[in-house]
Write a protein of this length. Structure first.
Ligand code: 5AD
Length: 357
């Protein structure tokens, strides 16, 4: 393995299967590459789960539109702005506004107003990531011009056949359109992120190797990926007997993160909530093997339990201030420090755009 991320497909597959000493070596390698390229700062994105209303019907997701058991909510404008003020005051360099997918003029306007006001109340100091699904190029442009700098749209799996198995063929879900949306985001000028679920039923290590190569080939700037976790009120639940045990899914996700860091040394990689759902130290483990972004949930607590994507999703045990102190301590204990008041832009994005004509 060389330092420059030139791993072959076969090598990636073999590393994805690594255990014991071989796995340790992979983790150490990724940690060293991370240290060299992005250092030991961990950037915070305050996660705001804006709305769990969703037009999509993904077979794996707890807030799919067919799940009638979900109590649906949308934050008010003021609630969203209060979250952003809180994040800014606490030194979070940025927020991520995540939502179920809604394509409507009203929704577009709501997000637009929040993005504009967030700039105003923080003097342009807060970085804004949107994660609001597939939208038209025009909507992406409008939000970008209002001040959103980053967008996260997970491809979920880069295997088109598997994508079809995970989504209904109802005209609302299309692998091709999702790729086109990612391309539109890049073209618009966003720092563009994607990601996949790891350990899905029917997914092979070869699929995961392809996912990593897909991200490299797409030249993404950021990645958020985590283990698939079953949810009893979804159609995919019936396949749960096919799944790896949770502990093994977590390790597989850690190997994915390590390999992505080796393949793409200067991107931002998030230690996602799903890792924490499996093991309360899962995010710190991810930081140790290559991740450099944490997304503490700052959604108002009365809504939090309704954004229930999968089983064991961590709920609010501490208040958000205590949570931040706790994270600060945990990160220091593993030789990292929080990059307070820093937007933590993707270094890859900087290089990608400065080399444009
Ligand atoms: N397990 C893990 N991640 C999930 N997501 C949705 N459902 C699940 C699940 N059951 C992820 C998807 C989506 C993001 C909001 O949450 O990747 O893009």
């Amino acid at each position: 393995m060389n330092n420059h991320g030139e791993l072959s497909f076969e090598q990636i597959v073999s590393h994805l299967k690594a255990t014991g000493q071989e796995e340790n070596e992979l983790f150490q390698r990724a940690a060293a590459i991370k240290q060299t390229h992005v250092g030991n700062n961990v950037y915070l994105r305050g996660l705001i789960e804006f709305s769990n209303i969703c037009e999509k019907d993904c077979y794996y997701c707890g807030i799919r539109c067919s799940n009638r058991e979900v109590h649906r909510y949308t934050l008010t404008h003021d609630e969203a702005i209060n979250c952003i003020r809180f994040a800014h005051e606490k030194g979070f360099g940025s927020v991520a506004i995540q939502s179920g997918e809604i394509a409507s003029a009203t929704f577009t306007k709501k997000i637009d107003r929040i993005v504009r006001e967030a700039q105003k109340v923080t003097d342009g100091e807060i970085g804004i990531t949107l994660s609001c699904g597939e939208q038209t190029e025009e909507t992406y442009r409008r939000w970008f011009e209002s001040g959103a700098e980053r967008y996260l749209l997970r491809i979920e799996t880069s295997n088109e056949k598997l994508y079809r198995q995970l989504h209904p063929e109802d005209g609302k879900h299309s692998y091709t359109r999702r790729i086109q949306a990612l391309e539109a985001l890049k073209k618009t000028g966003y720092q563009t992120g994607t990601g996949v679920m790891i350990g899905l039923p029917f997914q092979t290590v070869e699929d995961l190797a392809d996912d990593l190569l897909f991200m490299k080939q797409m030249e993404i700037d950021m990645c958020g990926m985590g283990p698939y976790i079953e949810h009893a009120a979804t159609p995919l639940w019936k396949e749960h007997y096919r799944l790896l045990p949770l502990g093994e899914r977590l390790r597989l996700a850690l190997r994915m993160i390590a390999l992505l860091r080796i393949l793409m040394p200067d991107i931002n990689i998030a230690a996602t909530t799903a890792l924490q759902a499996i093991d309360k130290g899962g995010r710190e483990e991810a930081i140790l093997v290559g991740a450099n972004v944490l997304m503490p949930n700052i959604t108002p607590s009365r809504y939090r339990d309704d954004y229930f994507l999968y089983e064991n999703k961590p709920l609010s045990a501490r208040n958000d201030e205590e949570e931040l102190d706790y994270l600060d301590e945990r990160l220091q204990a593993i030789g990292h420090r929080i990059g307070y008041n820093l937007k933590g832009n993707s270094l890859r994005y900087g290089k990608r755009t400065s080399s444009l004509p």
